[in-house]
Design a binder for this molecule. Structure first.
Ligand code: ZN
Ligand code: ZN
Length: 344
């Protein structure tokens, strides 16, 4: 059974909205789960950390600690000053105007993007032996939002009048270059939410084995929960919206197939009636009257009338065997109804 254009569009739409519904549902449940996990994460003061870990077989699947960022081994120094940190994100971006299909719009080209990190720990002020080592800090969620901008400078492009004229003709004008540096500074107060463990007398925090999110942030626990809850809310809304659209489209497709099935049943019933009332097996008596011959098989007598165009041109056998959707062999109009022809 061939699909018409509206059915093709509907099937494609169903595929796309179905995929989006699944995607949004996954995002929703992941955010919801994170909000739940963080809400239930136990808050452990650094002074109790070793004792609590020892009592729990040296491992806590999901808990939260707070402390001040402090490097060990070495620290990173700002390229543009004296500030010290443990994570350094440097970006050089060229801002441009680009002509796309006759319109000028802003565009960016990243020329340099480096992210560097050195090992660090969270300590309790004043600096003491109360500390927790941070593993795989760069994989932590929310951390990128907590970096302090330590340098931000825009250098406008200084091209000659001639050069900028040429650039305009080629449809790409450089506006200038922006240098930014962001750092996680030493001394920043940070909350870690993740898996805690005790190894060789060292307390550590890092990404949980069960795939839960590892979070490093300046936010309070309640704010982190709210942040993920509001994201979950948005994805829930999108899931419901696209789910409703998918169901609507699915309903439309089912309705179309039901209509098709009903049409086929009706035609089958019509042909049963035609067969019962028409003796089409009789060949044309003299075989020369071409006005009476079916235009398809050229042997049987024309025995049905196509109601849509009023053409009498085929025998009932050929009418039944016309490929679906059926078209009149003479004028190519779509056929809804055949009726038997009674030759008196
Ligand atoms: Zn025929
Ligand atoms: Zn016709």
């Amino acid at each position: 059974m061939g699909l018409d254009i509206s059915e093709k569009v509907a099937t494609f739409t169903l595929g796309v909205t179905g995929l989006l519904t699944t995607l949004f549902y996954k995002l929703y449940s992941s955010r919801e789960r994170t909000a739940d996990r963080v809400r239930n994460a136990r808050n452990i003061p650094l002074k109790d950390l070793h004792d609590v870990l020892r009592d729990n077989d040296n491992r806590l699947a999901y808990a939260t600690v707070e402390g001040i960022v402090d490097p060990y081994f070495q620290q990173l120094v700002s390229v543009h000053g004296t500030m010290k940190g443990v994570i350094q994100h440097i970006q050089k971006v060229e801002h441009k105007s680009k002509r796309v299909q006759g319109y000028w719009s802003d565009a960016k080209k990243i020329m340099q993007d480096t992210l560097e990190a050195v090992p660090f720990k969270l300590v309790e002020p004043p600096k003491g032996e109360l500390e927790v080592y941070v593993n795989e800090a760069l994989s932590a969620d929310l951390l990128q939002d907590e970096l302090t901008v330590t340098f931000d400078h825009f250098e406008p492009g200084k091209s000659s009048l001639l050069q900028s004229g040429i650039d305009r003709i080629f449809g790409e004008v450089s506006k200038g270059i922006q240098d930014t540096e962001k750092m996680l500074l030493v001394g920043t107060s940070l909350r870690g939410i993740g898996e805690l463990c005790l190894e060789d007398g060292k307390a550590m925090i890092g990404p949980p084995c069960d795939g839960s999110r590892f979070i490093l942030t300046k936010l309070s626990k309640a704010s982190v929960v709210r942040k993920f809850e509001s994201q979950a809310y948005v994805y829930k809304f999108l899931t419901v919206l696209f789910g409703a659209v998918s169901s609507g489209v699915l309903f439309f497709i089912l309705w179309k197939f039901y209509r098709k099935w009903k049409d086929i049943r009706q035609q089958q019933a019509a042909f049963a009636l035609i067969r019962a009332t028409n003796d089409h097996s009789l060949p044309d008596s003299d075989g020369s009257d071409s006005n009476q011959q079916c235009v398809v098989c050229l042997s049987s007598r024309r025995s049905v009338i196509i109601m849509d165009c009023r053409h009498v041109c085929v025998c009932s056998n050929c009418a039944e065997r016309l490929p679906s959707p059926k078209k009149c062999p003479v004028c190519r109009r779509y056929v809804q109804q055949f009726l038997p022809l009674f030759n008196a």
